[in-house]
Design a protein around this ligand. Structure first.
Ligand code: GDP
Length: 441
């Protein structure tokens, strides 16, 4: 196994930067680069000088060693905290390469942690999610994923299915024995409970996507109703051009804000109206496309103008809030009985109410799993595969199909679930069979 090294902090100028070394030669590489022949005490930060081959000091750093398997990767690890300049960090890294390390590939430290059984795949993904989290809730979900919020229910399902598969496989070995009605009904109950638990987990995919990618929030309405003003008001600074000339926003402008712990990707769209102007028409078409993929629509109307019914353009499945803007001015009589949130993008009136309404629409719904559980698309794909195999297994059991066939479906479900955590192999199944059954009866 090679020894790898890489800068673990962002490239750029900062107070400090960290270089990580992992592999069997990690400590030897550090010693060679620092010229220290005494061993560095594990987990103790020690002042060292990284030196070039001619003895010249490249940087004064703090070094911390970790001994396998008690490290992030499960290998011997050394971390060097250098001064944060780009040039100095790069020179130290090159010196480590000259002393026997090789450049790490992206994700290679976490890959080694996975291969050495330090983390499962969901935890490895959670590490990336923590780094990329754009909101408080996304961070919380990633942290709870790191501590097992997804792998726990998946592992529980794997355990139940292994026991079930062991029963079924036993009937393959003893074809003269029929599955008794009582055993059959127990198997069906256990299969159903696994299916229910996985279905609940799969239902967290939507909030998972919203947490990771942010809530695509389209601001739509006729030209000049105050869409760009609302975007600026929500952002807290002037991003979009506000103009009294209708049709100014011909492009879509996108900016993110954090609201109620969620990331909101606000998209200011071109005003919806029929126009002969081809540039404006293109903008309107883009608005329609944005609406199709939106998670939330804020439909802005001008409360001072006569009620202007827009064509029914918001897809039914998308949550939708009607905002009556310019409520700092006298309201036009046609809006009197209209429901909607009355706001003024100009003065800020009604904006706290709008915040509350948005938060209650997009907050992740709590179910049996806590709201921090949010699977990603890879998990969803695997769960769907597992569920369809479990459905086939359940049908097979109900129709008293050959145990061999039911076993194939159960194994397919186990493989799909194993792909989520990166664990499960035939050895597991074999050991389960031999440990839970007295086959010599
Ligand atoms: P858009 O075309 O829908 O993006 O509308 P803009 O945000 O460019 O606003 C059009 C005009 O309405 C500008 O002159 C704004 O200053 C004005 N406006 C926007 N919001 C308000 C509001 O709440 N109150 C008042 N009085 N004027 C507003």
């Amino acid at each position: 196994m090679s020894t790898i090294a890489a800068i673990a902090t962002p490239i750029g100028v900062g107070a400090l930067s960290v270089i990580r070394i992992s592999g069997p030669q990690a400590h030897a590489v550090l010693k060679a680069a620092t010229g220290r022949d005494v061993s560095l005490a594990p987990r103790v930060a020690t002042l060292v000088h990284v030196r070039a081959a001619n003895g010249e000091t490249l940087d004064e750093c703090m070094a911390t060693c970790f001994c396998a398997p008690a490290s992030y990767t499960g290998e011997d690890v050394a971390e060097l905290t250098c001064h944060g300049g780009m040039l100095v960090t790069q020179r130290v890294l090159e010196r480590l390469f000259a002393c026997g390390a090789r450049p790490a590939e992206p994700g290679e430290f976490s890959r080694r942690a996975f291969e050495n059984g330090k983390i499962d795949l969901t935890a490895a993904e959670a590490v990336m999610d923590i780094i990329n989290a754009g909101s408080d809730l996304a961070l919380r979900a990633a942290q709870s994923q790191l501590s097992g919020s997804i792998s726990r229910p998946v592992q529980a399902a794997i355990d139940s299915l292994l026991t079930l598969a062991a029963h079924v496989e036993a009937y393959i070995d003893f074809p003269e024995e029929d599955i008794s009605p009582q055993t059959l009904s127990e198997m069906q109950t256990s299969l159903r409970s696994v299916e229910e638990s996985l279905t609940r987990l799969a239902a967290t995919a939507d909030s998972g996507r919203l947490l990771r990618e942010g809530v695509r929030t389209a601001i739509v309405g006729a030209p000049n109703v105050g869409k760009s003003s609302l975007l600026n008001r929500l952002l807290g600074y002037d991003r979009a051009i506000v103009s009294p000339v209708p049709g100014t926003t011909r492009d879509t402008v996108e900016e993110s804000i954090s609201l109620g712990g969620m990331l909101l990707r606000l998209i200011d769209t071109a005003g919806l109206r029929n126009s002969a102007d081809s540039v404006e028409q293109a903008g309107v078409e883009r608005t329609h496309r944005t609406l199709q993929s939106a998670d939330l629509v804020l439909e802005v109307q001008d409360a001072t103008a006569p009620l202007d019914e827009l064509p029914d353009h918001v897809p039914d499945h998308v949550p939708h809030l009607v905002l009556l803007n310019k409520c700092d001015l006298p309201e036009h009589a046609s809006h009197r009985n209209q429901s909607g949130i009355r706001i003024s993008a100009l003065t800020g009136v009604g904006i706290p109410e709008l915040h509350r309404a948005i938060t209650s629409l997009i907050a992740p719904q709590s179910g049996e799993y806590d709201t921090n559980v949010a699977i990603n698309t890879r998990h969803l794909h695997a769960l769907r595969t597992a569920l369809s195999s479990l459905h086939a297994a359940a049908t097979g059991l109900a129709q008293q199909a050959l145990p061999e066939l039911v076993a194939i479906d159960l194994r397919a479900a186990l493989d799909a679930l194993g792909a989520i955590t990166g664990k499960v192999d035939t050895e597991d199944l074999l050991s389960r069979i031999f440990s839970t059954f007295c086959l010599g009866k």
